[in-house]
Design a protein around this ligand. Structure first.
Ligand code: HEC
Ligand code: HEC
Length: 268
């Protein structure tokens, strides 16, 4: 009796182990089939991008390196840094025949493109690989949520207020151009504008303003311009804050008092 009970317990143990083993296999198999296809797809995509980058680098090394440097960092007196410029700017310059620049000069004239559009894409991919580029980060929303509005205020006053005004109201520039107000612009538009520098606006590449600093600025701009949280309180006195309003109320009050005094003096 004791022996058969032992045997039964032994069997149960073995069955239990088998069940656990099968269970583990099923889980591993499930996980594999869940992740494997996306892993393969990701790998294929990475490879495709890699090969564009490699082809771009070949073109870059023969046609651009002399003026823009080994790693796109620029060459003093020959060409600017291309770090953070993004593939869009590269494709624009190459497709309009501005680049590769034929002769050293202040401004590259447009002309017949030297490369095909596909080659321009490869060059763009390589420059983007070197230094990132004009792409709004996927997690911009989170960056802006975590942003430091006060820091953004400092950065805004240093980098943007000269053209867009202290309160984002816009302003005239020399040469008849003007910087638009920033009312109603979205986070993405703000980011894009800093990245690409449309027309007379300078580019703020990631080496000048990190994505976190850009997010700080965005948070600040949205705070002062678009959140309806007017720092001036009830009255909108140029959005210069409570002190302006205090001054205004003070002046109005003093004038009223003066008038009252004069009126009383005139009566007596
Ligand atoms: C003979 C020197 C020279 C060569 C070669 C050259 N560049 Fe340039 N590149 C310059 C100069 C100078 C500028 C700035 C002048 C301008 O923007 O008009 C410039 C500007 C650029 C810009 C714009 C940068 C910005 O801040 O907007 C891009 C993009 C660019 N080059 C890409 C390339 C690519 C890609 C190649 C190779 C296919 C190339 N360049 C070859 C001299 C050169
Ligand atoms: C040298 C002047 C100048 C500076 C500095 C400047 N901008 Fe601009 N900005 C402009 C001009 C000019 C335009 C309009 C370009 C156009 O119409 O294509 C513009 C456009 C924009 C736009 C697009 C507005 C719209 O209505 O679509 C945004 C957003 C913007 N700037 C944000 C910024 C921020 C943020 C900074 C600071 C990091 C900044 N700018 C610094 C001149 C400037």
């Amino acid at each position: 009796m004791a022996a058969s009970a032992k045997r039964r317990r032994g069997w149960r143990k073995r069955l239990g182990a088998l069940a656990r083993f099968t269970g583990a296999l099923v889980i591993v198999g499930g996980l594999y089939s869940a992740f494997a296809p996306s892993l393969y797809a990701q790998e294929a995509e990475d490879n495709a991008i890699d090969s564009e980058v490699v082809k771009g680098q070949e073109l870059y090394d023969t046609s651009c390196i002399s003026c823009h440097g080994d790693n796109g960092e620029g060459v003093e007196g020959r060409g600017p840094s291309l770090i953070g410029i993004g593939s869009g700017a590269v494709e624009f310059q190459v497709n309009t025949g501005r680049m590769p620049m034929a002769a050293q000069g202040a401004q590259a004239p447009s002309g017949e493109p030297v490369f095909t559009e596909e080659e321009a894409e490869w060059l763009g991919a390589y420059i983007e690989y070197l230094g990132g580029g004009a792409e709004v980060p996927d997690d911009l929303e989170i960056l802006v949520e975590d942003a430091d509005t006060a820091e953004g205020g400092d950065l805004y006053r240093v980098n943007c207020s000269s053209c867009h005004g202290f309160a984002g109201g816009g302003g005239a520039l020399s040469s008849g151009a003007h910087a638009p107000d920033l009312i109603g612009v979205s986070d993405e538009e703000l980011y894009q504008a800093m990245l690409t520098g449309p027309q007379n606006m300078p580019v703020f590449a990631d080496n000048e303003l990190t994505p976190e600093q850009k997010a700080d600025i965005i948070a600040y701009v949205q705070y002062i311009v678009n959140d309806d949280k007017d720092p001036g309180g009830v009255f909108d006195l140029g959005r210069f804050g409570p002190s302006t309003e205090g001054l205004a109320i003070f002046l109005v009050g003093i004038s009223a008092l003066l008038l009252a005094t004069l009126w009383i003096a005139g009566k007596s």
